[in-house]
Design a protein around this ligand. Structure first.
Ligand code: HT7
Ligand code: ZN
Length: 852
């Protein structure tokens, strides 16, 4: 499989003036007519016209300005169709093709496929080439005119509706767009509808389309859309630009959602919600992803990417914007802490292993393998750092300039950095390394206190470990936010942003009366690993006094991690943590959501990552034991307080997904999780039977499974929700996830035998395999059963849906940090996958990088 390089970028030799498509839909025989008006960029230098087109396209006819070219002028290769330069006019011409495709055979869910009887599309990144022959690259943009013929009652595409009668509809999208933003939906759908008036007075019709019967679960998605539209006007001055905005919920979907112009298509789990079926976490994700896709209308659609190496241009920025939105809608500190947790769990893990790559990679085999935590989440962190370096005003000016200068463009990271340079005058050449260099920098901080002069010197050093293909890492500019806290617990001065741009640098704080405690890396000002000399007393002090909520939470986290890693290595530890966490749990002034975050111990995966980073081989069984042990000690030490919290945090009355109520439930569930270790599961059993919402029911179910008492609850849930796919996904996921480590792989094996394990449905497959992978000690079972189960299913899935197989293969990405016996078993499983006949480019690339 050939590697693509950023340095090979060349503009497409033709401009595309317009695209007209006509679809005659039938499940196994859809005909697509494409009329493409091209113009050579350099008529003096005639070039072949190369169109992308997958194996599933059967070419029925082809004309140029109405005439058929000679047969030898048209060359069909496995992934392209070439028309020789000799057969092409030197000026504007119309290429018309007619192809036949088979949506019913499309199990990869890329291009046009069928889900639950509905036709739908997914074109990012390179799905459009499975629909028709086309220059399927993001820098080729055109206005689209789409006609759909079908007996389905609802026929949708991008842009504005211009014609509609039974059996046909026509849509026009005036905004030039690349093919990856094309979408079509045809089905038996119903909408919940609303309207929105934009800041310039445009009246927009809003629809959320779902399957009949699901309407009563679509209201929250609509509310989220309206809030997103208001927010983007208020905060970024961006308004919507078409007469309609449609959202469609689809059951079979490879990812979360897709920002197609004017027609966002969503995984139904990110649209449908009711108190009985969705958790608080689901509601928050729905709100965030609806916002994310809507925000893409400007950051992604109006300004798109020149090529797929620039993916972070739209994804990093749009994640940054959706994080800001959620922070504004809910609690900013809690959102920040949650985002850091995700970053560490997913992106740091990626950066430390064989799949590490730059935020803007410079080569790939399969672009779908680069929709990663690095491109998305680290891409957003990089923007957060830029903002700290140029300030809020500089950020606003740069963004205004970006929209102004690049509206309608397919842009690059160079363009993006240039607007910051031009708007603020700051040189960002060193900053650019955040985009080009992979790996998580390690920052060491040393303090020296000069009592005679009241002077504190912080010495910061940076070092970034090698990553695949990048052995050397020059220093980059790292904003380190630092605050000082006096011995009395009072803040000394303001938070300072230290700009570390050398391998080693001193920063001096003068005029101090007494030695302060340093609160470092406030708000997690940079995605780095901070190493500092700090003892448990100082951590407890920061946990009690720090005014920066992130740093305060971090102090508790560090206490927990140091106790857990020590325990996992057989040392006696944890007393300081048990005390400190009790004080925090009882702090009535602290936000319940914050207290909940503090009460949740680091995951086993996080403990393993910490041990590996310190050069210790993690032992999954010991880690599991250490975490169980510490949790039980916290529960025993604070049983009374936790029981009090559990009772006090019950939210009376009807369920509401708002942040305040969700925070109380989060704290209640955190207390339950600890109490469950000492009450035998009694509280969980009562809660499962009485809770009126899915948040508490799922928490109770998980607790019951952990106590070996899940059977009746699982049966009740399966009985009640047999026909609700989304709830059954949770049911499939929680069992391997909460099972005892020695049982998890067997539980997954049993579940995979059920007739309702509809494995071709990505959500169901992810639920089961992801559930097992989330059980750290279960997946890494010493006998290799977790690895074998996962490998078998990845190979099976690869034949149907390579994208999903490749994504789920990341369960193996940390395999090489374990002991030799586990390593041998994991490698054996990976090798079996690598040797598989006909392995896809997607899975092939992932596995070869993991075993390289
Ligand atoms: N821009 C989208 C990324 C995407 C995708 C979505 C659904 C199915 C397949 C996909 N491939 C790539 C989603 C987003 O970031 O908004
Ligand atoms: Zn996105």
């Amino acid at each position: 499989h050939a590697t693509q390089y950023l340095s090979d970028y060349r503009p497409y030799p033709f401009t595309l003036n317009s695209t007209a498509l006509s679809f005659q839909l039938a499940p196994d025989n859809t005909q697509v007519t494409a009329r493409l008006s091209f113009q050579p960029r350099d008529p003096a230098n005639p070039r072949d016209l190369v169109l992308d087109g997958g194996k599933g396209l059967t070419l029925l006819s082809l004309t140029i300005d109405g005439a058929e070219p000679a047969a030898e002028m048209v060359l069909r290769q496995s992934e392209t169709l070439t028309i020789r330069a000799e057969a092409l006019p030197r000026t504007t011409f119309v290429l018309e093709t007619e192809v036949q495709i088979d949506p019913s055979a499309n199990t990869a869910f890329e291009g046009l496929y069928i889900s639950g009887g509905m036709f739908c599309t997914q074109c990012e990144a390179e799905g459009f080439r499975h629909i028709t022959f086309y220059p399927d690259r993001p820098d080729v943009m055109a206005p689209f005119d789409v006609t759909i013929q079908s007996d389905k009652p609802v026929l949708l595409s991008n842009g504005n509706p211009v014609e509609s009668r039974p059996g046909m509809a026509r849509w026009q999208d005036p905004w030039p767009k690349p093919a990856y933003l094309f979408a079509l939906v045809a089905g038996d759908l119903v909408a919940i509808s609303d309207r929105f008036t934009t800041m310039s007075g445009r009246d927009v019709a809003l629809n959320v389309w779902v399957r009949p019967g699901d309407e009563d679960r679509a209201g929250f998605a609509m509310e989220s859309l309206i809030k997103s539209m208001q927010w983007d006007e208020k905060v970024y001055g961006r308004e919507y630009d078409l007469e309609v905005f449609n959202i469609v919920a689809v059951d079979d979907f490879n990812m979360g959602a897709m920002e197609n112009k004017g027609l966002n298509i969503f995984n139904s789990k990110l649209v449908l919600a009711s108190p009985e079926t969705a958790t608080d976490g689901d509601y928050e994700r729905i709100e965030g992803v609806i916002a994310h896709e809507y925000f893409h209308n400007w950051t992604g659609n109006r300004i798109t990417c020149r090529d797929w190496f620039q993916l972070c241009l739209k994804e990093g920025l749009t994640v940054y914007r959706d994080q800001q939105f959620t922070a504004d809608m809910r609690s900013a500190p809690v959102k920040r802490i949650a985002d850091v947790q995700t970053l560490r769990a997913r992106q740091f893990r990626e950066d430390q292993g064989p799949l590490a790559h730059a935020v803007r990679p410079d080569h790939y085999q399969e672009i779908n393998n680069f929709y990663t935590a690095t491109v998305y989440e680290k891409g957003a962190e990089v923007i957060g750092m830029l903002r700290q370096l140029v300030g809020d005003d500089g950020y606003r000016k740069a963004l205004d300039l970006y929209f102004d200068r690049h509206d309608g463009d397919a842009a690059t990271i160079e363009d993006w950095l240039k607007v910051f340079e031009d708007a603020t005058g700051r040189d960002l050449s060193q900053f650019k390394r955040w985009y080009t260099d992979a790996g998580t920098p390690h920052v060491d901080m040393q303090e020296s206190w000069d009592a005679a002069n009241g002077r504190l010197t912080l010495t910061l050093r940076q070092h970034t470990p090698a990553t695949p293909g990048q052995p050397e890492k020059p220093a980059r500019v790292i904003p380190v936010a630092v605050g000082l806290i006096g011995p009395n617990g009072q803040e000394v001065g303001k938070t300072r942003i230290l700009e570390l741009d050398q391998p080693e640098q001193d920063f001096v704080f003068d005029g101090l009366g007494a030695q302060p405690v340093v609160s470092a890396l406030r708000v997690f000002s940079a995605p780095v690993m901070l190493n500092r000399q700090i003892d448990d007393d100082m951590r407890a002090f920061l946990l009690a006094h720090d005014t920066d909520p992130f740093a305060r939470w971090e102090a508790g986290r560090e206490l927990a991690l140091s106790a857990l890693t020590d325990l996992a290595m057989g040392k006696d530890a944890g007393a300081g943590y048990v005390d400190a966490i009790g004080q925090l749990a009882g702090d009535q002034r602290a936000d319940p959501a914050f207290r909940a975050l503090c009460l949740n111990m680091p995951s086993e995966e996080e403990i393993a990552t910490r041990l590996a980073a310190a050069g210790t081989t993690p032992d999954p069984d010991r880690i599991h034991g250490a975490r169980e042990d510490l949790g039980r000690r916290v529960a025993n030490a604070h049983a009374h307080l936790l029981a009090q919290i559990y009772d006090d945090m019950a939210v009376p009355g009807a369920y509401s997904p708002d942040a305040e109520a969700a925070a109380k439930r989060a704290l209640r569930i955190a207390a339950l999780g600890l109490l469950n270790r000492i009450d035998g599961g009694d509280r969980a059993e009562v809660l499962f039977g009485t809770a009126g919402n899915m948040t508490e029911r799922m928490a109770a179910l998980s607790c019951l499974i952990r106590r070996g008492r899940g059977q009746a609850a699982l049966a009740a849930m399966a009985d009640q929700f047999a026909s609700n796919r989304l709830v059954m996904d949770k049911w499939f996921a929680v069992q391997p996830m909460a099972a005892a480590p020695e049982d998890a792989a067997d539980v997954a094996t049993e579940l995979a035998r059920r007739s309702d394990f509809d494995w071709k449905n990505p959500n169901r497959f992810r639920a089961l395999l992801g559930g097992l992978a989330a059980n750290h000690a279960g997946f890494h079972r010493a006998d290799g059963k977790g690895y074998d189960f996962t490998a078998e299913w990845l190979m099976k899935m690869d034949r149907a849906n390579p994208q999903i197989a490749a994504r789920m293969s990341t369960a193996f990405e940390t395999w090489s940090r374990y002991d030799p016996e586990r390593r041998a078993k994991a490698l054996n499983a990976l090798q079996r996958i690598a040797d598989m006949d006909g392995i896809s480019r997607n899975l092939g690339e992932m596995v070869s990088r993991m075993i390289a």
